[in-house]
Design a protein around this ligand. Sequence first.
Ligand code: ZN
Length: 143
Amino acid sequence: MKLDRFDHVGIAVSQSALEDARRVLEDVLGAGKPREEVVEEQGVRTLIYKVGDAKVELLIPLDEEGPVARFIERRGGGLHHIAFEVEDVEASIQDVAKAGLEVIDEEPRGGVEGSLISFLHPKSTFGSLVELVEFPTQASDGR
Ligand code: ZN
Protein backbone atom coordinates (compact mmCIF):
# COMPACT_ATOMS: atom_id res chain seq x y z
CA MET A 1 0.00 0.00 0.00
CA LYS A 2 0.99 3.64 -0.27
CA LEU A 3 -0.18 6.80 1.50
CA ASP A 4 -1.10 9.31 -1.19
CA ARG A 5 -1.37 12.45 0.92
CA PHE A 6 -2.12 13.73 4.37
CA ASP A 7 -5.84 14.55 4.39
CA HIS A 8 -6.99 15.76 7.79
CA VAL A 9 -6.65 15.78 11.52
CA GLY A 10 -9.68 14.82 13.62
CA ILE A 11 -10.27 16.70 16.88
CA ALA A 12 -12.90 15.53 19.36
CA VAL A 13 -14.92 18.37 20.89
CA SER A 14 -17.76 18.06 23.36
CA GLN A 15 -21.02 19.87 22.67
CA SER A 16 -20.31 22.19 25.60
CA ALA A 17 -16.85 23.13 24.26
CA LEU A 18 -17.99 23.59 20.67
CA GLU A 19 -18.78 27.31 20.74
CA ASP A 20 -15.36 28.08 22.15
CA ALA A 21 -13.63 25.77 19.66
CA ARG A 22 -15.45 27.48 16.78
CA ARG A 23 -14.56 30.91 18.08
CA VAL A 24 -10.86 30.00 18.28
CA LEU A 25 -10.76 28.30 14.88
CA GLU A 26 -12.92 30.77 12.97
CA ASP A 27 -12.36 34.12 14.66
CA VAL A 28 -8.85 33.81 16.06
CA LEU A 29 -6.99 31.32 13.87
CA GLY A 30 -8.81 32.32 10.69
CA ALA A 31 -9.73 28.83 9.52
CA GLY A 32 -12.77 30.16 7.65
CA LYS A 33 -16.26 28.70 7.80
CA PRO A 34 -16.72 24.94 8.07
CA ARG A 35 -18.72 22.52 6.00
CA GLU A 36 -21.01 20.46 8.19
CA GLU A 37 -21.92 16.81 7.89
CA VAL A 38 -23.53 14.28 10.20
CA VAL A 39 -22.08 10.76 10.04
CA GLU A 40 -24.73 8.67 11.78
CA GLU A 41 -22.65 5.52 11.43
CA GLN A 42 -19.98 7.02 13.70
CA GLY A 43 -22.40 8.89 15.94
CA VAL A 44 -20.86 12.26 15.18
CA ARG A 45 -21.58 15.61 13.67
CA THR A 46 -18.51 16.91 11.84
CA LEU A 47 -17.39 20.44 11.08
CA ILE A 48 -14.76 20.44 8.37
CA TYR A 49 -12.41 23.37 7.89
CA LYS A 50 -10.35 23.43 4.74
CA VAL A 51 -6.82 24.61 5.48
CA GLY A 52 -4.73 24.69 2.33
CA ASP A 53 -4.68 21.20 0.89
CA ALA A 54 -5.62 19.61 4.21
CA LYS A 55 -8.55 19.80 6.62
CA VAL A 56 -9.32 20.07 10.29
CA GLU A 57 -12.28 17.87 11.23
CA LEU A 58 -14.09 18.66 14.47
CA LEU A 59 -15.95 15.61 15.79
CA ILE A 60 -18.91 16.35 18.02
CA PRO A 61 -20.69 13.32 19.48
CA LEU A 62 -24.41 13.06 18.73
CA ASP A 63 -25.04 11.20 22.00
CA GLU A 64 -23.13 9.74 24.92
CA GLU A 65 -22.72 6.28 23.42
CA GLY A 66 -20.30 6.37 20.50
CA PRO A 67 -16.51 5.97 20.47
CA VAL A 68 -15.91 9.73 20.20
CA ALA A 69 -18.15 10.40 23.22
CA ARG A 70 -16.20 7.79 25.18
CA PHE A 71 -12.90 9.32 24.05
CA ILE A 72 -14.01 12.73 25.35
CA GLU A 73 -15.16 11.21 28.61
CA ARG A 74 -11.80 9.51 29.12
CA ARG A 75 -9.49 12.24 27.86
CA GLY A 76 -11.50 15.43 27.79
CA GLY A 77 -11.34 15.79 24.01
CA GLY A 78 -8.50 16.92 21.77
CA LEU A 79 -6.50 15.25 19.02
CA HIS A 80 -8.40 12.09 18.05
CA HIS A 81 -6.93 10.82 14.78
CA ILE A 82 -4.86 11.62 11.74
CA ALA A 83 -6.08 10.68 8.28
CA PHE A 84 -4.26 9.81 5.10
CA GLU A 85 -5.75 9.41 1.67
CA VAL A 86 -5.17 6.13 -0.13
CA GLU A 87 -6.29 5.02 -3.57
CA ASP A 88 -7.93 1.78 -2.45
CA VAL A 89 -8.82 1.48 1.21
CA GLU A 90 -9.86 -2.17 1.02
CA ALA A 91 -6.57 -3.26 -0.57
CA SER A 92 -4.68 -1.07 1.92
CA ILE A 93 -6.38 -2.74 4.88
CA GLN A 94 -5.44 -6.14 3.52
CA ASP A 95 -1.82 -5.04 3.13
CA VAL A 96 -1.47 -3.66 6.66
CA ALA A 97 -3.26 -6.65 8.19
CA LYS A 98 -0.90 -8.95 6.31
CA ALA A 99 2.00 -6.99 7.81
CA GLY A 100 0.61 -7.72 11.28
CA LEU A 101 -0.98 -4.38 12.12
CA GLU A 102 -4.29 -4.34 13.95
CA VAL A 103 -7.11 -2.96 11.84
CA ILE A 104 -10.23 -1.68 13.62
CA ASP A 105 -12.49 -1.73 10.56
CA GLU A 106 -11.80 -4.89 8.63
CA GLU A 107 -14.54 -3.84 6.25
CA PRO A 108 -14.35 -0.18 5.16
CA ARG A 109 -17.24 1.96 6.37
CA GLY A 110 -18.78 5.21 5.26
CA GLY A 111 -17.11 8.53 6.15
CA VAL A 112 -17.67 12.16 5.18
CA GLU A 113 -17.94 13.29 1.54
CA GLY A 114 -18.99 9.82 0.39
CA SER A 115 -15.62 8.42 1.39
CA LEU A 116 -14.73 4.92 2.51
CA ILE A 117 -12.68 4.79 5.67
CA SER A 118 -10.93 2.37 7.96
CA PHE A 119 -9.13 2.96 11.24
CA LEU A 120 -5.90 1.31 12.33
CA HIS A 121 -5.51 0.55 16.00
CA PRO A 122 -3.26 3.03 17.87
CA LYS A 123 -1.26 0.17 19.38
CA SER A 124 -0.13 -0.71 15.86
CA THR A 125 0.56 2.87 14.84
CA PHE A 126 2.80 4.30 17.57
CA GLY A 127 -0.02 5.46 19.83
CA SER A 128 -2.00 7.49 17.30
CA LEU A 129 -5.31 6.45 15.79
CA VAL A 130 -4.78 6.45 12.02
CA GLU A 131 -7.60 6.69 9.47
CA LEU A 132 -7.20 5.58 5.88
CA VAL A 133 -9.62 7.32 3.56
CA GLU A 134 -10.59 6.70 -0.06
CA PHE A 135 -12.63 9.35 -1.81
CA PRO A 136 -15.00 8.68 -4.67
CA THR A 137 -13.04 9.31 -7.86
CA GLN A 138 -15.43 11.90 -9.30
CA ALA A 139 -14.86 14.15 -6.27
CA SER A 140 -11.10 13.83 -6.23
CA ASP A 141 -10.40 17.24 -7.80
CA GLY A 142 -13.16 19.14 -6.03
CA ARG A 143 -11.74 19.25 -2.52
ZN1 ZN B 1 -11.40 11.62 10.07
